[in-house]
Each structure stands twice: as structure tokens, then as C-alpha cells.
Design a protein. Structure first.
Length: 272
């Protein structure tokens, strides 16, 4: 088994722990399309000739494109802000305010990475007016993911990054492609809603539409689609037309207290 690669971003619902199970279920084709790339753990731990990687979060995609084009410069500049002086609440909130006021994609990319590692619990969240609003995380010494940044930059030479709605990304699929979808998950309870993480609510209508488009693309173009989500009565209902459903127990990693990280059931639905 080859070495597993971690994403350089901390990410709620990241797929590092599940990436080997997902890789085994994904059919071997030439190109992998991910309409919800997030931190990119599946991209980093699969081996396709090419990738189309989409996310609705413009800051995330800008960061990936900059790292792809100018890795050495970006990593050197990012390293400068990972120091004790910047690991203070006042500095964090000052940089967060500057980020929210800035239109400069390079500056925003640096601060996005900084806030991801210095902010609370690796969350990525925006308010209704598009302002990043994750509070300071109070970590003793935030990790600078240099090895992970370099690996991502190297592997990204095989990727095309786009920022658009998931239906547009599905429309790019051609023969020889396979699609993996990791949408914001259906909440397990009414209080556990992470669906507005990008500022674009992903509600139950979108969940059902995603299942529909997976079925449509699979039937019309014979392109396999794999979707991951929480294993609930509702998700089993919307994915009932998939060819195969696999359920797995996964440790939740979003709680700061490791002792409270319960296992939850996730499912993988394959249309093929």
C-alpha cells in the first residue's frame, strides 16, 4: 500500500480516513471529476491521469490555482506568517478583517491558509454578507503544512480547478470520466447543520437534485458516479436507484474533545 497523503488544510468532513475505501469503490477511468473537492483528500490519494476539481468556495479554488502556478513563492510567503507573533488573537482578528476587506486573490490565499490553521477547529465559515467569521483557535503552535503543500502543488499539475455550481461540473463529464461527490452532509439532527459552510446553503432540495443528476449522467452518458453522505433513512431513499450502497462506521473528527468523537454511519452510493 502506498503512503497516504494528508491535505494541507484542516477540513470539517475531510475524507482522509475514508480515502482508501473510496479509492477502492471508484471505477478505474482516465479522469476523476470532483464537484465538491473540499480539502482534496480523494484527489491526493487516487491515481488518475487527470482531474477536474470544483468547489463553490472561490477562496479555496483561488488558493489551489495559486499553489499550482507559483508553489515556491506561495509557500515561502506563507511560511513567514506562521510564527509566534501571528499566533495572537489581536493579530488574527486584524488579519481576518483585512482578508474580508481585500479583493487581492494572492493576499486572500495566504490569509485563508493562515486562518485555516490558526482559526477554531479548522472550520471554514462565512456570514450572510460573505465575511469570513471563524473565531481565533488558541493553538499552542499551529502546524505549517510545508510537506503537504509541496505534494499538493506537484500533484495539481494533473488538475484543472474550477469554481461553479455542481450541475455545471457534471456537464463537463465525457466518456472515460468518473465522478466522486462529497456534498455538505445531510444533518444528523436539527442542531447539527453544517450545510451553510460556503455561504451557499445546501439543503434537502439540493441533496435530492444531486442524486437526480448522478442518475441522469450515469444513464445518459454511462459515466459512473460515487456519492458519500451520512447513512440515514432519508439518504437511503434518495439514493435508492444507485447500483450499490456501502455503509461504514466513521469516527467524527470535528469535535475538539477527542473523547466525544462518536462513530457515525456514512454511506457510499455508486451509480454505474
Amino acid at each position: 500500500m502506498s503512503k497516504k497523503h494528508r491535505a494541507f488544510l484542516k477540513w470539517a468532513g475531510g475524507k482522509y480516513g475514508l480515502s482508501d475505501v473510496i479509492a477502492k469503490m471508484l471505477p478505474k477511468e482516465q479522469r476523476l471529476i470532483e464537484p465538491f473537492v473540499g480539502a482534496g483528500s480523494v484527489f491526493l490519494n487516487t491515481n488518475y491521469d487527470h482531474y477536474i476539481l470544483n468547489d463553490i468556495n472561490q477562496d479555496l479554488i483561488n488558493l489551489y490555482q495559486i499553489l499550482q502556478k507559483s508553489p515556491d513563492t506561495f509557500i515561502a510567503d506563507a511560511r513567514k506568517i506562521f510564527n509566534p507573533e501571528h499566533n495572537e488573537a489581536d493579530t488574527y482578528y486584524q488579519l481576518r478583517a483585512e482578508f474580508n476587506a481585500s479583493k487581492d486573490s494572492y493576499f486572500r490565499s495566504l490569509i485563508f491558509l493562515y486562518m485555516n490553521r490558526h482559526g477554531y477547529n479548522g472550520l471554514c465559515r462565512y456570514n450572510k454578507s460573505g465575511g469570513y467569521n471563524v473565531p481565533f483557535g488558541k493553538y499552542k503552535k499551529p502546524y505549517f503544512p510545508e510537506v503537504e503543500l509541496n505534494f499538493f502543488a506537484e500533484k495539481s499539475q494533473k488538475a484543472t480547478f474550477v469554481c461553479e455550481g455542481y450541475r455545471k461540473t457534471f456537464a463537463r463529464a465525457l466518456q472515460g470520466d468518473v465522478i466522486y461527490c462529497d456534498p455538505p452532509y445531510v444533518p444528523l439532527s436539527k442542531t447539527a447543520s453544517f450545510t451553510s459552510y460556503s455561504g451557499n446553503g445546501f439543503g434537502l432540495d439540493e441533496q435530492a437534485d444531486l442524486a437526480n443528476v448522478a442518475e441522469e449522467v450515469n444513464e445518459a452518458k454511462n459515466i459512473p458516479v460515487l456519492i458519500s453522505n451520512h447513512d440515514t433513512i432519508w439518504t437511503r431513499k434518495i439514493y435508492e436507484h444507485s447500483a450499490k450502497i456501502k455503509s461504514i462506521q466513521v469516527a467524527r473528527t470535528i469535535s475538539q474533545n477527542a473523547g466525544q468523537r462518536k462513530k457515525v454511519a456514512e454511506l457510499l452510493a455508486l451509480y454505474k
